[in-house]
Design a protein around this ligand. Sequence first.
Ligand code: GLA
Length: 673
Amino acid sequence: MPASVWPAIDGIAYGGDYNPEQWPREVWREDVRLMREAGVNLVSVGIFSWALIETSAGVFDFDWLDEIIGLLHENGIAVDLGTPTASPPAWFFAEHPDARAVNRDGVVMGFGSRGMASHSAPAYREAAIRIASTLAERYADHPAVVMWHVHNEYGVPVGEDYSPHAQRAWRTWLQEKYGSLDALNAAWGTAFWGQHYGVWEHVGVPAAAPSVVNPAQRLDFARFTDAQLRACFVAERDAIRRFSSLPVTTNFMANQHHGCDLWAWAREVDIVSDDHYLWAADVEGEIGLAIAADLSRSVGGGKPWILMEHSTSAVNWQPRNIAKRPGEMARNSLSHLGRGADGILFFQWRAGRSGAEKFHSAMLPHAGTESRVFREVVDLGAKLNRLAEVRGSRVHADVAILWDFESFWAQDLEWRPSEDVSHDERIRAFYERLWRDNITVDFALPGHDLSGYKLVIAPAQYLLRQADADNLNRYVEAGGTLVVSFFSGVVDENDAVHPGGFAAPLEPALGIRVEEHLPLRAGVTTTIDVGGASHTADIWHEHLVVSEAEVRATYVDGPGAGMPAVTRKRHGAGTGWYVSTRPDAAGLAAIMAEVYADAGVAPLDAPAGLEIVRRTGDADDYVIAINHAATDAELALEGVDLVTGRAARGTLEVSAGDVAVIRTPRTAHGSGR
Ligand code: GLA
């Protein structure tokens, strides 16, 4: 059955994971009463309930589930019904001990946690399809159920699996991919260290070995793992679709787990949904949040998405779990909404007394309703209720940053030139500059149609297929501005260095060749000269050979002393920039100021700490303003604040730590995605 596009809920979806099976029935009545008080209109039910729904193979107990879904329905709360396949029951592993995942060191995963199944085990797949279809058949037409939540966070805690079932599936996958051993030997470069294969049965999973395992083999294993997980999702989704036309999703972990290629996954779900948790160690966690939100929107092609989980306050799984301060939960929520989320949900509704997550915050905390968190939850529900008309509006971006999971998989393998080089760090650095300038960003793949963007940034495109490099060269030739940061364009899809050397495929657009990488020792800082001003740079220099580009910054000292550090080439109607080191924030700002001028993009004139995003509706625009600063802020704007009902007549005032959503006349946009 074809899936409908958006779940039948009025306005912005609001709620969280709900685990009633952990509570006696009298608590359920209190739950639904308090959910109504908080404005909750959607809860995800049953995500970890397999053992209580299918009590032994093929034996089902739906009484409790019928009852709670009925109760939710009576109270006007819609259900996002989970398939509980992220945590198979004890009976399943007792019957199928071989269906347990095995880690890279050969350790077989034990019971008593979650996620220990091998996604390649036929018994697991069969059981997962059985429970998904049984649930779909039973609840497809239940008026409370509005969407399906398949599994939970594919890839975590188990992604790569080295079990015998995975081994068999891996060989089949390789045979389909390569057709012949000759092709496999060539792609993996097995002439190196004598790894040549003469018989398929000798090709193994890249388990722990005495030294570094063939990087092309490991890269393929990352692809295989992603494909196996995705096949599990697709099998459950299709089982559901036999009975139901409701939208099907599974919760991603954009920007927190790179094991799943979300570009491919987003094509399989009806609605993108994402889980996001702040990294407590990051004092500006709102920037990482914005990356995750922009990525969630981008992988879904710009369509509205659902924030399936975030936290009202602290999580419980980081080294130091920092509680959110007053107003922070609303700021986080509105930032997601500003970046395209039409649903704001949490893990979880009621804090659990037992189990591994009892120190995790919830909408209803252990402290009960007389608590700051619950009061803020009620207040957020009321705010979101006033934002119903924002639903369905879109976010426009003139700038794209390249985000390529496959390249991350390759770059993260062993024996790279410097352990200091991180794709996450480089993406964050460039993104951060744009975030501070309030320039909205989409993420994209290097092979996408980029023609709608004025500026494309490649902060970490280590793996770059020749065809994708050609696409980037054409983008510049046709008038785009491209910025490429170091350690990009280095290898092809088999982790083999490009013929012609590092970055050779981008020479048409950039006009440089990278003769040698010159990584720096730990803690060493050097100086670069950017247009006459000195800035520091660290971790990496390069020996650049300029074939046809202007030098915009030079190494003053360090191993690259006297050589070009940053270059700019006019190519066709566009411009290609290359940044061969890691400048400090001021140095990057100086470089980006020139890049902006080339691209025709401009920072928004707003006080520091005021995050501004714009959503465009059919009739109006909505400006979402989030004040992260400790001081009140003003912005020139005309419209009505939907949060307070107050008019902004020429000036919008946003108090320290507060949020505003202004309905304002619609602006025309260029041809961005
Ligand atoms: C993930 C999981 C949830 C819960 C939260 C805790 O997002 O999906 O089940 O464990 O983390 O932060």
